[in-house]
Write a protein that binds this ligand. Structure first.
Ligand SMILES: *[C@@H]1O[C@H](CO)[C@@H](O)[C@H](O)[C@H]1NC(C)=O
Ligand SMILES: *[C@@H]1O[C@H](CO)[C@@H](O)[C@H](O)[C@H]1NC(C)=O
Ligand SMILES: *[C@@H]1O[C@H](CO)[C@@H](O)[C@H](O)[C@H]1NC(C)=O
Ligand SMILES: *[C@@H]1O[C@H](CO)[C@@H](O)[C@H](O)[C@H]1NC(C)=O
Length: 383
């Protein structure tokens, strides 16, 4: 075959030339295609540039009823997730608050030096932390594009919005998500300003059943800032093969006294079920003796969980203070690291049941109700 081919080459001299021409034109066409695709690339870019924006306010849940006192991290994350879902539905870039409010109830570590003479705004500034110290903004943007409300991009949007006039910034109040999407009156606006709602942000997502886009609860916890992820990775490596429990006491143990002077709680079994001897009994079937058990808790009494050390090798974030102290400025950051550590546990046990398949310490419902009951401390007969 090879010789036959060689022979035919020799007989038709011009063929290599034609072949060369063909090759050259193929390359030329290829180049042309690449060049032609450039405008597409650019238009894709400029389309990105001409994207539209969604603004819910400069603080999570505020404006609204939560401007003075903010909620815990998980609560604010529910609100943030709701806003991010709306941005996804509307195909808009979400303008994210650049700071997150730190609840004084939930923050016992550091930076709480709010003094008398300061205004509410200054106090808020002190009791807040930079959003990008908690989250990896670029990582979030891979799921929902976001810009921070202290970024150059945001200031450009604001001035562009002013320049555009009526179609620039649209203040909306009481307009449904569907209408914001379908009605061109709204969908054409560069920026939708949705700050007028008097409710906490998550209230917009109360009806989770009727929403086309649902971001998972795990979204924001996994998008911790790189510094926090790195610290968690180091600790996870040191822990090796471990189990973990999250023991919520502190805030949840609040009791009130009724008319006849009897103490009542919204979680009547919680105090009992989060005592070490009850924990030990409950988790025995899930966590074999001798395992390393990582405990995260808002219980502040030193040595509270020590009785568990007869069965388990206990570890807390405080065991790794040499890693965490240079990094952690507040309890929200600490909890973000602890949540990442939970994710690396072989078995993880929550305080309350949240989802199907969860392991949990107490059968009390996580939802707060107005049903204040007398706390139970005795062991109930199992049936
Ligand atoms: C704050 O005000 C209270 C009384 O209003 C006073 O007792 C306290 O010393 C003040 N604290 C500071 C840091 O000024
Ligand atoms: C958004 O609307 C509120 C009124 O609901 C207004 O006070 C605020 O200045 C607006 N913000 C922007 C960025 O347009
Ligand atoms: C559910 O969502 C659809 C589409 O967004 C909307 O047309 C409908 O009115 C909603 N139903 C309720 C009960 O909110
Ligand atoms: C963590 O620290 C406690 C003392 O606070 C100690 O008993 C325990 O062994 C430490 N755990 C690990 C895993 O180093």
């Amino acid at each position: 075959m090879a010789t036959g081919k060689g022979a035919s080459h020799n007989r038709h001299r011009p063929q290599p030339v034609r072949f060369l021409l063909l090759l050259v034109s193929a390359i030329a066409i290829g180049l042309l295609l690449v060049l032609l695709s450039f405008p597409f690339l650019f238009s894709a870019n400029s389309k990105e540039k001409s994207e539209k924006y969604l603004y819910w306010g400069s603080r999570i849940d505020c404006p609204g009823k939560c401007c003075d006192q903010c909620a815990g991290l998980a609560h604010q994350e529910s609100s943030l997730r709701c806003a991010l879902e709306e941005a996804l539905v509307l195909n808009r870039i979400f303008v994210m608050p650049s700071r997150m409010c730190l609840s004084t109830i939930h923050n016992t570590k550091g930076i709480l030096h709010a003094s008398n003479g300061t205004s509410t705004d200054e106090r808020w500034e002190e009791n807040s932390c930079a959003m990008d110290s908690l989250y990896d903004i670029q990582l979030i943007s891979q799921t929902v594009p976001v810009i921070l409300d202290n970024s150059d991009a945001w200031f450009q949007v604001l001035s562009e919005g002013k320049r555009l006039g009526k179609n620039g910034i649209m203040h909306v109040k009481g307009v449904s998500r569907a209408e914001l999407k379908e009605n061109r009156y709204y969908s054409n606006a560069l920026l939708i300003n949705r700050t007028a709602s008097p409710l906490a942000w998550f209230a917009e997502c109360k009806d989770r059943k009727n929403r086309s886009v649902r971001l998972p609860y795990s979204l924001l916890p996994t998008m911790a800032s790189k510094r926090l992820r790195d610290a968690a990775d180091k600790i996870k490596e040191l822990l090796g093969d471990y189990d973990a429990i999250h023991v919520r006491r502190g805030d949840r143990l609040k009791t009130r006294t009724d008319k006849s002077g009897v103490e009542r709680s919204q979680f009547p079994h919680l105090d009992r079920d989060t005592q070490p001897q009850f924990i030990q009994k409950r988790i025995a079937k899930w966590v074999p003796q001798g395992r390393t058990l990582f405990i995260a808790s808002n219980e502040r009494k030193p040595g509270f969980f020590t009785p568990l050390s007869s069965r388990y090798k206990l570890a807390y974030s405080s065991n790794y203070s040499y890693i965490l102290d240079p990094l952690i400025e507040n309890n929200y950051q600490l909890f973000m690291v602890e949540r990442l550590i939970f994710q690396g546990a072989r078995t993880f046990i929550k305080t309350f049941k949240e989802d199907e398949g969860d392991l949990f310490l107490t059968d009390d419902s996580k939802k707060t109700s107005n049903n204040w009951q007398i706390p139970v401390y005795t062991e109930e007969k199992e049936n």
